[in-house]
Design a protein around this ligand. Structure first.
Ligand code: SF4
Length: 154
């Protein structure tokens, strides 16, 4: 997996103070996409073991307490991103108790593959669906267009 940006302290993408990772790779090609530069899987830089360790350490930080981790992109549920995302989420579950995970994807919840569903079992909140320009609504919180749904899963 490659990634574009990592924000160790973020108050924009999800509730509270969070760590946020924008991964590379997206197949959805939404018209009006705010993040076109992330579409190619090989854009950005490799998501290294050191980067994974850094995220875990930041989530464990007691000086700047993070509520959780936000995963966006690009698409964290791009089939080729699933192994790295699953590995990261297993570590968050075992090493960062009490932290929530929010994930943004262009897929809809009811069209996920078995492999994508397995990753979704490890997150708390899924914001799903493509960005639809005609349904764009700046008043919406944490989503760009009204077709997208915030699923509070657990
Ligand atoms: S799913 Fe997100 S990143 Fe992918 S094309 Fe649509 S708006 Fe852009």
């Amino acid at each position: 997996m490659n990634y574009h940006q990592y924000y160790p302290v973020d108050v924009i993408n999800g509730p509270g103070t969070r760590c946020t990772l924008f991964v590379s790779g997206c197949v959805h090609q939404c018209v009006g996409c705010y993040n076109k530069s992330t579409w190619r899987l090989n854009s950005g830089q490799p998501f290294s073991q050191a980067m994974e360790d850094q995220i875990i350490a930041d989530l464990q930080d007691t000086e700047i307490r993070r509520q959780g981790l936000s995963l966006s992109g690009g698409d964290p549920l791009h089939p080729q991103n699933l192994p790295a995302i699953a590995q990261l989420l297993k570590r968050v579950a075992s090493e960062c108790p009490g932290k929530d995970v929010w994930l943004w994807t262009g897929y809809c919840l009811d069209e996920l593959s078995v492999e994508q569903q397995q990753v979704v079992t490890m997150i708390n909140v899924l914001i799903d669906g493509k960005f639809v320009e005609a349904l764009r609504d700046p008043s919406l919180v944490w989503r760009g267009s009204s077709n997208q749904v915030i699923h509070y899963l657990r």
